[in-house]
Unconditional design. Structure first.
Length: 186
């Protein structure tokens, strides 16, 4: 067993992770084992979710590092999805081919919300729950917003940028050299 596998096994037994695992497993069984977990047979749903979130956080860190080198302030938006805090009575596509993914998305969104509460990110705008009290169809298909919802998402992004003071423009020149300059200095 590798050290990564040991860390993952230790993480999986934490109370929050265990609760998420139980909820996912229960939902998975109810959804006909999610069609053998869509050919990922044998994969633990909790590990899949944690892997996805870890990949997102790793990508976020790489984007931030690159943006810093170029003097750019990155802004990350966690957008609403039909699986999370949305009244399924108004989801016209809840029985679509993507329905099996909704169980995973709902669990992943809940875990990201918990992570965000424990360690808020300054350049992160969380819009996941903005549709919670809406009593109307918000999606054109399984994932894409209606024009009205798109406008509301854009307005919330602008509002979040203003509230978190993310509209400042950096006037510092990026510390990026040309290959000729680097070679001449060597």
């Amino acid at each position: 067993m590798t050290s990564n596998q040991k860390v993952i096994e230790a993480f999986v037994v934490l109370p929050l992770v265990s609760a998420v695992r139980e909820a996912i497993i229960k939902a998975t069984i109810q959804k006909e084992s999610m069609r053998a977990f869509e050919s990922g047979e044998g994969k633990d749903p909790v590990l899949v979710i944690l892997g996805l979130i870890n990949r997102y956080l790793t990508n976020k860190a790489m984007i931030e590092a690159t943006a810093k080198d170029f003097g750019v302030q990155p802004i990350f938006v966690w957008q609403p999805c039909p699986a999370y805090q949305y009244d399924s009575n108004y989801n016209l596509f809840k029985d679509s081919l993507f329905a099996y993914k909704m169980i995973m998305m709902k669990s992943a969104y809940g875990l990201v919300e918990t992570l965000q509460q424990k360690r808020p990110l300054s350049n992160f705008i969380d819009l996941a729950g903005m549709q919670q009290d809406k009593k109307e169809p918000l999606y054109l298909d399984a994932f894409h917003y209606t024009a009205k919802m798109s406008k509301e998402v854009a307005e919330k992004i602008a509002q979040g940028m203003k509230e978190k003071n993310l509209l400042q423009v950096s006037l510092t020149k990026p510390q990026v050299g040309r290959a000729e300059e680097v070679l001449a200095a060597a």
